[in-house]
Design a protein around this ligand. Structure first.
Ligand code: BTN
Length: 271
């Protein structure tokens, strides 16, 4: 047995998630695992089999990940009680618009949390969901191409929900928090997943229609970053300046300390 008795009692169940699920395709197929390495890895394997075997919107969900992946090759700790899921997509558009899928996912998560809990939710560019300045959710998007054509996109979402941040190692404990710790109550994970599927579908439909400015306007409502003095790690250097805008492609517009304007399409905001 992988999980203890208490954990078994509060497990997720595909049939309970699908019951009352108000979507057309997101979450209508669910592959559920008590534990696995990474939902993104399994989602990738399934996406490679194609749409006929793994329909668009398929969810891969696990109670626990043993090899959860974060951005920039980091480990993502995924104990029982969290929400660890990946969504399989086959977009018809070109890869340059993919960063916006991550942005729209952050908006879908923020709106879901806002609907369920009376708490202020913020998004740190591009896609960290913060509550009280601590990270409650991370998003990892991965893509597959064939002869330079975009074939599939996997959106991995990790939410610290009904787990405790005390289960996380010291170095991330101070920067992370779970929904249970914030609300002081058990988290209705099934309801949260159902709401998230609906919000995600609404925003993914907008993305497919290329309604990018509508997505960005909504993102701005939750922004933790805009108007702030920030330092952004873009891999080969760190840029300091004021975050003044976000473009329709999801790039952060920085007014650098030397007065120059720079657009950053990918990076990590250090502050
Ligand atoms: C980040 O570093 O902020 C991104 C974290 C993404 C974690 C989720 S959990 C579900 C999915 N499977 C993974 O291995 N990673 C993502």
């Amino acid at each position: 047995m992988f999980l203890n008795r208490k954990e078994l009692n509060t497990m997720l169940s595909p049939s309970k998630i699908k019951n009352k699920l108000a979507t057309r395709y997101i979450g209508q197929t669910i592959c559920y695992f008590p534990q696995l390495s990474s939902t993104n890895n399994i989602a990738k394997q399934k996406a490679q089999k194609g749409k006929s075997r793994t329909p668009e919107g398929t969810l891969i969900i696990a109670e626990k990940q043993l090899g959860g992946k974060g951005r920039s090759g980091k480990v993502w700790l995924s104990p029982v009680g969290g929400i660890w899921l990946s969504i399989v997509l086959y977009p018809k558009t070109v890869s340059t618009h993919v960063p916006l899928i991550t942005i729209m996912t952050a908006v879908a998560v923020a709106r879901t949390l806002n609907k369920l809990f009376p708490i202020k939710v913020q998004i740190k560019w591009p896609n960290d969901i913060l509550i009280e300045k601590r990270k409650v959710c991370g998003i990892l998007t991965e893509t597959g191409t064939e002869e330079k054509n975009l074939k599939w996109v996997i959106v991995g979402i990790g939410i610290n929900a009904d787990n405790n941040s005390t289960e996380l190692p010291e170095e991330i404990r101070n920067r992370s928090i779970s929904l249970k710790e914030i609300t002081g109550q058990p988290i209705p994970r099934i309801k949260l997943i159902q709401y998230l599927c609906s919000e995600f579908e609404m925003f993914y439909d907008l993305w497919q229609k290329k309604a990018f400015s509508a997505i960005i306007e909504e993102w701005k409502l939750y922004s933790y970053t805009l108007g702030e003095k920030v330092r952004v790690d873009i891999g080969n250097r760190i840029i300091s300046g004021e975050a003044i805008d976000i473009t329709d492609r999801g790039a952060l517009v920085l007014k650098r300390d030397d007065g120059q304007i720079e657009e950053i399409i990918s990076g990590t905001v250090l502050k």
